[in-house]
Design a binder for this molecule. Sequence first.
Ligand code: AMP
Ligand code: ZN
Length: 494
Amino acid sequence: MPQLYKQQSIKIYNSLSGQKEAFTPINDGYVGMYVCGPTVYSNVHLGNVRTFMSFDTIFRYLKHLGYKVRYVRNITDAGHLENDADEGEDRIAKKARLEQIEPMEVVQRYTVDFHNILNKFNFLPPSIEPTATGHIIEQIELIKTIIDNGFAYEVNGSVYFDVLKFNKTNNYGKLSKRNVEDLIHNTRELDGQSDKKNPQDFALWKKAEPQHIMRWPSPWSDGFPGWHLECTAMSTKYLGEHFDIHGGGMDLKFPHHECEIAQAEACNHQSPVNYWMHANMLIMNGKKMAKSTGNFILPEEIFTGDNPHITQAYSAGVARFFMLQAHYRSVLDFTNNGLLASEKGFNRLMDAIADLDNLKTNETSSVNITDWKQKCYDAMNDDFNTPILIANLFEAVKVINQIKDNKATISKTDLDLLKTTINTFTFDVLGLVSGSANEAGEGKLSGAVELLIQLRQEARANKDFALSDKIRDELAAVGIQLNDGKDGTTFSTN
Ligand code: AMP
Ligand code: ZN
């Protein structure tokens, strides 16, 4: 991969400074990026998908520029309590109790669902996908260090981070721009939290109640780690004490990311992350899409059209295009009309790309493809501005149609440059797929079955009936029926 990053300089909006800043990685040519992953206690909704898609697109662009990116996205499979504070039941344990299954069955089911959905949207897998339960030892070690450094205390088998003490030497609230004094007044004193010295302290380790099924031994009690700790443990382990980019949804800025900063500083005496990036919310009916309020739509419902908010099914490519038409830092309103418009735009872009192979070339170009290409880079360099990039791709669509209508000319060299650039940005950087991943999968299946039908015909022609029967029966065993008719053999699946 050419080192394009030497010619293209990126600016990233850093939530910490509230400004766009020139991006300089800690190690030249390498980028370490950590993104908070899902809590795997239910199916991901389209809002979750949007946040992960924003970072998938950022990952894709960084790779395209030639950076060697280590992208770590965790799976939260323990420690995330019902209401984000230190109270209530563990979300996964609760689901396991309600369904009378093992917590790890809950984790497995929804991790598989998460991967399936992300595959349909053509996500690239992260470099490492660590789990909270796989890093309990690392979390216990962090707590020991935080206690040794004087920033945490133990009460009745639980360990809490001492926010006020930390704030005397460090700045708690610098990411979310909250003042620790205001936090004292705004934090409710909750039942069962009387162990804490101060209400704004947060749990690093919780002693498990007898009925709590997810528990591990520790120096303090049989218990489980606080939710914020896992991300500090896993990001430090795989990216080091100081790394380039940390991302997540806007709603994680406080308390989750604020607490991550405090934990890391309490351990390592340095700020852990250079660029904090926060993706904005997908909303529906004017409210944040969220599982807890019932105001959500599942990706599967988009693919089937089976939801009252939409009038038809949409492919994963169209849904991805719809989401990337908004900048990751803008709120995006989910509407059927928006999706319909995106479908039209998406098809226009795909048609134009298909037309590229049939364009006639000329001695000279009446269009400037080199400038246009740089405009595509400029859009992505400016804090990953995908809507501006898409507007530029439509500039190219206009040019392609003009050339088709003999209203513009293009040289062979420029046509090659246009083809490579539009393909790169559409498929590699934006990660769009023509048709849905399902459709693509079906296409491959039918190609493979057609081949088997042909082999069966050849076997029959050679009077090798053992082989022809074997092909028919083995296909039937995996749910594919061959139907012999007078016009040849077709197949159906059940
Ligand atoms: P969770 O599994 O609840 O930890 O959420 C996984 C990710 O989805 C987090 O980064 C959240 O910030 C993000 N998220 C949750 N709701 C939405 C939404 N409506 N729009 C965009 N991102 C969301
Ligand atoms: Zn996290």
